[in-house]
Design a protein around this ligand. Structure first.
Ligand SMILES: CC(=O)SCCNC(=O)CCNC(=O)[C@H](O)C(C)(C)COP(=O)(O)OP(=O)(O)OC[C@H]1O[C@@H](n2cnc3c(N)ncnc32)[C@H](O)[C@@H]1OP(=O)(O)O
Ligand SMILES: CC(C)C(=O)C(=O)O
Ligand SMILES: [Mg+2]
Length: 532
């Protein structure tokens, strides 16, 4: 289709800064979705597409319309609903794919077709069975055909990095003459290095005819863990579009990660001198959404958006952070969508962070008190992976944070029902011989168990977080449940371990219930001295 909105000029300046703009081409919904474990249905794709629009991507590759009816419909739905970015579809250099793309993208406000054909000797000979000349003929014919439907045509030379450089120049010169507006250099198998990529892009800029009328793009894979570095090298050499995915998802080891590229360009703006249109504060929420939609959570140590990206457990780092956060952070957590940095208390923490956390909880121990708490804190931290606020409170007032009881679980019955509801009944027995039986329904069985236990001890408990982690493998694997619970404006955390995840969650809820029962309130500061 011919768009009313012509494609924007080749390298638009970024608003306000006077710097050139690098276009962010997101392919989470195409290359990202191609990887095992990341496949998304139409509703999920549509949801992520809206989030990517909010994030500010310039081009959104919505899928491969000829891959399946489902993908066709997903691309069509995205083309209909997502108005701000250019919506793009992938197509082989065959008329059927081009036709499917044109139909799927017909409702788009701004549409692009992304044609690809492999150009490397290996792919030409063994995969396509085409000569150099045939590859160029097919590519040119496909671009011409696509131009009958689209103003905005991108051509990718699949396996460009392993393609003879002078031949790649011929291919790109021919497709630009035929009407391609973007030429893309994929490192399809993640083989290149930053120095080689820089040199390749520089060479292409120097030798491709008509390159000034096209945007030079790159698309890097992470087989050697170099996708982001190679993408940045391409930008340094003059590439003005980068193809990438949220969380770096994609074929095999994945694509270059969008959030890493964007934050590298922003954090080291003095090196690159370019801007993107990304609202960086949406990076973390978008990555979380992707994790929820695919069921593949973000790795804890993932750069920029991982849970540990702004978390510090080591005492020496925590001390530095308390003095000046620039000592151990090069980006602000708020700038990528986290609410704040976190000082996590564990066995590597020191007195400075402990004192800070105790102060936040309302305790102001003197040096001797702090030493005593610190010793017991280290003993506890050696046994637990993370020390919660409720543990600290128990330490601060001289109670045993690992004490069990007074309530014990005597009976548990929980069931889930189609549509999301769950019901549970529990019977608790107290050390003094009392018994309490309660039943509840909730938003799933875990919520129902928590409510039933809350009722049994006479407190309202609201589920705020639930995580389950396998501690071992096999049919009788132990699962560790961690519950986050709100009780009277306080967030409490509890853990339970069992081979049954509902029971593990019940034990975590009971741990919280017992803390409430034992009462570890914020003790007035003056009482602290007697308490420890
Ligand atoms: C590097 C990349 O990421 S490329 C994109 C990869 N993504 C995907 O493949 C996901 C979607 N793919 C699919 O659903 C299927 O492969 C389909 C529907 C596109 C094609 O299915 P099939 O027709 O059964 O072919 P199949 O996948 O087995 O083989 C690929 C065919 O496309 C041809 N081909 C591969 N690339 C291209 C190209 N760029 N242009 C033209 N033909 C191509 C191959 O030579 C082969 O042709 P042949 O069937 O005549 O031997
Ligand atoms: C389709 C192309 C751009 C691709 O995904 C690759 O070569 O990796
Ligand atoms: Mg790819």
């Amino acid at each position: 289709m011919t768009n009313d909105n012509p494609p924007s000029d080749v390298t638009p300046p970024a608003a306000g800064t006077g710097r050139e703009r690098v276009r962010i081409f997101d392919t989470s919904l195409r290359d990202g979705e191609q990887a095992p474990g990341f496949s998304m249905g139409r509703a999920a794709k549509l949801r992520l597409a809206h989030a990517l629009e909010e994030l500010g991507v310039d081009v959104l590759e919505a899928g491969f319309p000829s891959a399946s009816d489902g993908d066709f419909e997903a691309v069509q739905a995205i083309a209909r609903e997502v108005r701000r970015p250019i919506v793009c579809g992938l197509a082989r250099c065959v008329p059927g794919d081009i036709d499917a793309c044109a139909r799927a993208l017909a409702p788009a406000a701004k549409a692009r077709i992304h044609l690809f054909l492999a150009t490397s000797p290996l792919h030409r000979e063994f995969k396509l069975g085409m000569s150099r000349e045939q590859v160029i003929e097919n590519a040119v014919a496909a671009v011409r055909n696509a131009c009958r439907h689209f103003d905005d045509v991108e051509f990718s030379a699949e396996d460009a990095i392993r393609t003879e450089p002078d031949y790649l120049v011929e291919v790109f010169s021919a497709v630009i003459a035929a009407g391609a507006r973007t030429v893309n250099v994929p490192d399809t198998v993640g083989y290149t290095t930053p120095a080689e990529m820089y040199e390749r892009v520089r060479y292409l800029r120097e030798h491709v005819h008509g390159i000034d009328q096209a945007v030079l793009s790159t698309h890097c894979h992470d087989d050697l863990g170099l996708a982001v570095a190679n993408s940045l090298a391409a930008v340094a050499a003059g590439a003005r579009q980068v193809e990438c995915t949220i969380g770096g998802i994609g074929e095999r080891a994945g694509n270059a990660s969008l959030e890493e590229i964007v934050m590298a360009l922003a954090t080291r703006a003095e090196l690159f001198g370019v801007d993107t249109g990304i609202d960086t504060r949406k990076l973390y929420p978008t990555a979380r959404l992707l994790g929820q939609l695919t069921g593949q959570p973000i790795a804890r140590n993932k750069a920029v958006v991982g849970e540990n990206a702004f978390a510090h457990e080591s005492g020496i780092h925590q001390h530095g952070m308390l003095k000046h956060r620039g000592t151990y952070e090069i980006m602000k957590p708020e700038d990528v969508g986290f609410s704040r940095s976190q000082l996590v208390l564990g066995k590597h923490s020191g007195r400075h962070a402990l004192r800070e956390r105790l102060a936040a909880l309302g305790y102001a121990p003197d040096e001797a008190q702090l030493d005593a708490i610190f010793t017991r804190f280290k003993t506890l931290a050696d046994r637990k992976r993370e020390v919660f606020d409720s543990d600290l409170e128990a330490l601060a007032v001289g109670r045993d944070p690992e004490a069990v009881g007074p309530w014990h679980l005597e009976h548990l019955n929980a069931s889930s029902h189609l549509g999301g509801n769950g019901s549970a009944s529990v019977r608790l027995v107290h050390e003094d011989g009392r018994r309490a039986s309660e039943a509840a329904i909730g938003d799933g069985p875990i919520d129902a168990v928590l409510r039933a236990i809350g009722r049994a001890i006479g407190h309202d408990l609201e589920l705020t977080d639930f995580q389950i982690r396998a501690l071992s493998h096999g049919g009788d694997a132990q699962g560790q449940a961690t519950l986050g619970v709100r009780h009277q404006d306080r967030e409490l955390k509890g853990r339970g371990v069992s081979t049954d995840i509902v029971e593990a969650a019940a034990l975590a809820a009971l741990e919280i219930a017992n803390r409430i029962e034992r009462g570890t309130p914020a003790v007035p500061l003056r009482q602290l001295a007697q308490a420890i």
